[in-house]
Ligand binder design. Structure first.
Ligand code: FRU
Length: 643
């Protein structure tokens, strides 16, 4: 055993070394050596080029005439744009270099004027990272996280456009590295932490995954969720609980369902039993009934138990739940069968439950009382597994009503259901509801008042990263689903719920602008930098090459020739409709959710922006792009006043 391990260690180290040698770098203690891009120790700027007068012709050796003492730089030389005092302007730009480490560290001080004094990292003409000075002459370490940019060729531009007080910048030691020199800025106030989503739900602390038991009752949207009360990673599955009056402001309550001798509490759903078919409440005060999977064998108390389906009820608006005495109500059927989703089928006054069985197989069940269940059908959905959802929805502009069956990844079938059988549309292959990088375990709300008729879906944004945060993972922003008849067939659209307007702070709007290549439409909009945003714009791709929305270093690119929208490693086809493309983009601290043409395209993705990069820009390339309208709203935090 030991020998095998040594051998494996040897092989992996050897592979690492070979890779490092290929890259022309050295490796020490398992880490790649830093690459010093510039230390400004030479007599000249070498292959860096200057424009204007502020940077002089060579590195400085401390303070320049008229400047306060400059400290914190390493060695003798540094970049100092005080040549000619604060009034002088100019820039100093590196040659192109390959980003081959995950971090760029540098020392910086001088004027704090975002956009006017500072350094920027530029890829293909677009600023992807930027940092300004600190209104101090003492250089300190700053770091850009460039992991997602590795393999790209970039330039660094040090710029000084400011002419007034503190109109200069000092820089030294620009180093490509795998280790941050600057500490991650962490505000440890609850709900204000560096990577805490500001208008998406995350657990107060610890791990979260699937949304569970989404149900509306007496003015409250309930959001139960897979939660680990004891750790930052998955485990000890328990139903966490939060409520909201508007799908935007959430209050986290006590845990609703705790592990027991049948297992830990896996995913499931909840309904209001309006007719008290279960007898757990009264018709005047109907119970909320939750159905969940007891994951037998996942805690010591349930050793040897299989996965079964159980129910629990609440008669106090979901504040406490009582588990049914005769659980489980559905015995073990197959493998790790799980994730029951309930719906009331009014025409036959029956409960219907969709359950995940195994592989790509789901089953439908019926019950008169939520306690006794009969399997009526199995349905295979290629490409899907786990977390079914099953609900009716009207086709937009028609009287037709269809039924949708979804899997955890949001893949869906459209068909008809008569209370006994679900029949998929002839020839319908499962469709993808969202093509982002972080969209999973989708579920829609039960019991939203029918006059309203909304079908609202929340997903777990699985796989997001939240370095050094007290919580892990977040939910997607709630989206309304609508069904549309297109030439290709029936398709679900996703679009953010209108309640987001309750968070609108300031607004920047433009009408009918023509954006020339190289111009940033948001150049003058300092107020939107680094903020949570709701962007809604329409453009005519015309003969341009690309429209690029750059958000805190991430590029959202519409390729006008290919008619694709791409960001964070995912790409979707998005054709103009009547010559125009509409883009709605929600930006939170760690997410970009994009909706194209009213929700025809939906892409939910997570990212880890560098805390210092606050840039937002909108640029065209190839030819000018006409934008009939741009609306940008900054958003207030949904956690204001929540502790
Ligand atoms: C989906 C899932 C479910 C299961 C739950 C456990 O993400 O695997 O199938 O019930 O998570 O946490």
């Amino acid at each position: 055993m030991k020998r095998v391990m040594h051998f494996q260690l040897f092989v992996s180290l050897a592979t690492l070394l070979a890779a490092a040698m290929l890259a022309g770098a050295e490796i020490h203690n398992g880490k790649m050596d830093d690459v010093i891009l510039a230390d400004f120790e030479q007599a000249t700027y070498g292959d860096w080029s200057t424009v204007g007068t502020a940077f002089g012709t060579e590195p400085a050796h401390g303070a320049l005439p008229g400047q306060m003492p400059v400290s914190g730089f390493l060695g003798n030389g540094l970049v100092n744009s005080f040549h000619g005092g604060d009034a002088a302007t100019g820039s100093l730009t590196s040659r192109p270099f390959l980003i081959n480490r995950s971090v760029i560290n540098f020392l910086v001080s001088g004027g704090r004027h975002p956009g006017e004094t500072g350094l920027r990292l530029v890829i293909n003409g677009v600023t992807v990272r930027t940092t300004t000075g600190t209104d101090s002459e003492r250089l300190d370490w700053a770091s850009w996280d460039v992991q997602t940019l590795e393999g790209k060729t970039a330039r660094i531009e040090i710029f000084d456009k400011a002419v007034g007080g503190w109109g200069h910048i000092n820089v030294d030691q620009i180093i490509l590295s795998d280790t941050r020199k600057a500490p991650v800025i962490m505000k440890d106030v609850l709900y204000a932490e560096t990577y805490r989503p500001q208008f998406h739900f995350s657990a107060k602390k610890n791990w979260l995954n699937d949304p569970n038991g989404l149900v509306y009752y007496q003015g409250e949207y309930h959001l139960f969720f897979q939660h680990n009360p004891d750790g930052i990673n998955w485990g000890n599955m328990t139903w966490g609980h939060a409520v909201s009056p508007d799908l935007v402001h959430w209050t986290q309550l006590e845990h609703a369902l705790l592990p027991d001798k049948l297992g830990t509490m896996f995913s499931g759903s909840a309904v209001v039993d309006w007719h008290n078919t279960s007898g757990f409440g009264t018709a005047a005060e109907p119970p909320i009934v939750a159905m969940y999977t007891a994951a037998g064998g996942t805690n010591p108390e349930s050793k040897g138990e299989p996965f079964t389906q159980c129910i629990a009820y609440s008669t106090d608006k979901g504040r406490t739940f009582t588990k049914y005495d005769h659980n489980p109500v559905v015995p073990h059927i197959a493998a790790e069968n799980r994730d029951p989703k309930l719906i009331w089928f009014a025409p036959t006054r029956t409960w219907v439950m969709a359950l995940y069985l195994d592989k790509e197989d789901y089953a439908l069940f019926t019950s008169p009382d939520l306690k006794g269940w009969k399997q009526i059908q199995t349905v295979t959905m290629p490409g899907a597994s786990e977390c079914p959802d099953f609900f009716p929805i009207s086709v937009q502009g028609e009287k037709t009503r269809k039924w949708i069956l979804t899997g955890a990844n949001g893949h869906y079938l459209v068909g008809d259901f008569d209370g006994a059988q679900f029949k998929s549309e002839p020839g319908f292959t499962p469709q993808i509801a969202d093509n982002g990088a972080n969209y999973y375990a989708v579920q829609s709300y039960s019991d939203i008042p029918s006059a309203d008729g909304r079908r609202i879906q929340i997903a777990w944004m699985n796989g997001g990263r939240y370095p050094e945060m007290p919580f892990n993972q977040q939910m997607s922003f709630p989206c309304e689903l609508t069904l549309h008849r297109l030439p290709d067939g029936l398709r679900l659209y996703r679009y953010p719920v209108k309640e987001i307007r309750g968070l609108y702070d300031s607004a920047v709007t433009y009408e009918s602008i023509s954006l020339s290549p190289g111009i940033n439409a948001f150049e003058k909009n300092e107020s939107i930098k680094g903020r949570e945003l709701d962007i809604d714009l329409e453009f005519e791709p015309g003969t341009a090459t690309e429209l690029v929305l750059s958000v805190r270093g991430e590029l959202i690119i519409y390729n006008c020739k290919e008619q694709t929208i791409s960001f964070l490693g995912k790409s979707s086809h998005l054709e103009p409709a009547n010559g125009k493309v509409q883009l709605r983009v929600l930006i939170d601290r760690t997410t970009i959710e994009l909706f194209g043409n009213g929700g025809r395209v939906s892409m939910s993705s997570c990212f880890v922006p560098s805390p210092e990069n606050h840039d937002v820009s909108l640029t065209a390339s190839g030819a000018p792009i006409k934008l009939p309208s741009i609306k940008v709203h900054t958003l207030k935090s949904a956690w204001q006043g929540v502790h």
